[in-house]
Design a protein around this ligand. Sequence first.
Ligand SMILES: [Zn+2]
Length: 135
Amino acid sequence: MGISPKCDLCKKELEDYGALLFSPPDEEGRTFKNHICIECYNKLKEKYKIMKPIKRMQIGKNGLSEAFVEQVRKIFENENVVKISILKTACRNKEDAEKMAQNLVGALGEKFDYKLVGYVMTVIKFRKVQRSLLP
Ligand SMILES: [Zn+2]
């Protein structure tokens, strides 16, 4: 039995071999082997990444320190999303929270954006510079 020349996911010609994907066994205990191209494999990997638990951080009484920004930057080397809770010791009102989020994203760079819900900001890193995806 030869290897299928087509990717079983996108049905494109299998030029760059990415992975083998086994289906769960059917009633008769048979599993099906799917051949996946490198492109589909990377897509699956990307999907899996998104399903990883989101990293969480807190801004406490030290506020938005340089050390904190550096910590966030480090985390974004491996993550695309980080949730940051702003504790009461770090800000008194919504305007402070908004300012803090803006300052943080400003310090991180152009590829970042945030969404603030209550006192929790979700910071997102884009692969390319692309603002205002979030409301
Ligand atoms: Zn494919």
